[in-house]
Design a protein around this ligand. Structure first.
Ligand code: SF4
Length: 384
């Protein structure tokens, strides 16, 4: 892609800009850190945006736009995908006509979330393409690529961002805005969009055939690439970990994965054969290392202690050195709290007065357990 203007953007702002440049018909989603700024920015720079009452509704609205040959951007945080899981799995069978990019903003380390689930597993479970940018420039480029791939293969694409990619700023060179003059129009086709068993069975076979073709694309794609270095150590990595790896061990060869599903298995096999020690460095679950070992690729993963929290340059140097000694406790950060003027403060005050146990539906409610008052117990929540 030819780039022209340069701007300092966060990953979230870069996704929004790319969506505008791709002529997205509608951006929709449900707010939640670290994804919220995407739709806000999209609306601010001229995109048509709507918040939905929850993530499931957002995804269903987005699928409707894409079935009608429009382009839809759907945003949510990682736990929001749990709420949207019902349409999420079935849209892999129905497919789409126009492009649909679903941003899953994961939160390794739980800066502002109730769990650190790793949504790479969702891509494999549903059979949907997943792209993983490392910085704001890639967030821009991969959002554009996501719409292209979505329309090429007639399937939604998941853009997996993580907190650091969403919020870190970098210089972004933007491409040309695409002139898209299609007027969305829905064409009735029950065999394609109504997943009764008689239509769903062939739809599942169609999905698996598409995935074979996408796997071939993944093998040849430039977003899955080798960065040459020494042969003693080869590191397979993706997302923001790529940047940490380059800084932590600049002498190593690196295989950078841009498409986390389907993986370019044969390309990685060749890479692993060419180095003496093949090490997989990934935040969160051992998703890559398990996938590669299933394919018979010999590789080393991180110790279980590095499954928790974000990785950084120091932690990656420790992984490379097989240093599993206790880590220094992280510096204390500013504790989160309900926003000043949050309308729920009053409700929590009353609930506290009556010593209630609270079960909430959004994660902000968990903050009611922290000072300043009201101090009440938020027992469980679904999303922030
Ligand atoms: S703390 Fe209250 S005001 Fe702030 S985002 Fe949560 S619900 Fe909204």
């Amino acid at each position: 892609m030819e780039h022209k203007e340069r701007q300092l953007l966060s990953g979230n702002e870069a996704v929004a800009l790319a969506a505008v440049h791709m002529g997205v018909t509608l951006g929709t989603g449900y707010p939640g850190t670290p994804s919220t700024e995407i739709l806000e920015r999209f609306s601010h720079i001229g995109g048509k945006a709507q918040w939905a009452p929850n993530e499931k509704v957002a995804l269903e609205v987005g699928v409707g736009v894409a079935w009608a040959d429009g382009r839809a951007l759907v945003t949510m945080k990682h736990v929001g995908v749990n709420v949207a899981a019902d349409p999420f799995f079935t849209m892999a069978y129905t497919g789409v006509r126009g492009g649909l990019v679903l941003v899953s903003a994961d939160d390794p380390g739980m800066a502002s979330s109730q769990n650190e689930q790793d949504n790479r597993r969702y891509a494999k479970a549903a059979g949907l393409m997943m792209l993983e940018p490392a910085d704001a420039q890639e967030a821009y480029d991969m959002t554009r690529l996501g719409f292209e791939l979505s329309e090429q293969y007639g399937l939604p694409v998941i853009l997996r961002m993580t907190t650091r990619v969403c919020h870190s700023k970098a210089i972004v060179r933007e491409g040309e805005a695409e002139a898209r003059e299609k007027v969305p129009h829905f064409v009735r086709d029950a065999t394609r969009y109504v997943m009764v068993p008689a239509y769903a069975r062939p739809a599942h076979r169609r999905l698996r055939e598409k995935l074979k073709k996408i796997a071939e694309w993944s093998e040849a794609a430039e977003i899955n690439r080798t960065v040459d270095g020494g042969k003693a150590l080869g590191i397979v990595t993706s997302g923001v970990c790529y940047l940490h790896v380059r800084e932590a061990v600049p002498e190593a060869s690196v295989f950078k994965i841009g498409m986390s599903y389907p993986l370019p298995v044969e390309k990685i096999r060749e890479f692993a054969k060419g180095v003496e020690r093949c090490l997989v460095i990934e935040e969160g679950d051992p998703f890559l290392v398990e996938s590669l070992r299933t394919e018979g690729i010999e590789c080393e993963g991180k110790d279980e202690m590095y499954r928790f929290g974000e990785l950084n340059v120091t932690r990656i140097q420790r992984i490379v050195a097989r240093d599993n000694s206790p880590e220094a406790p992280p510096a204390k950060g500013k504790p989160p709290q309900l926003c000043q003027g949050c309308p729920h403060r009053m409700a929590f005050s009353v609930l506290k007065k009556y010593d209630c146990i609270i079960e909430g539906d959004i994660g902000c409610y968990t903050l009611s357990v922290l000072p300043p008052p009201p101090l009440v117990m938020a027992r469980y929540s679904l999303s922030i």
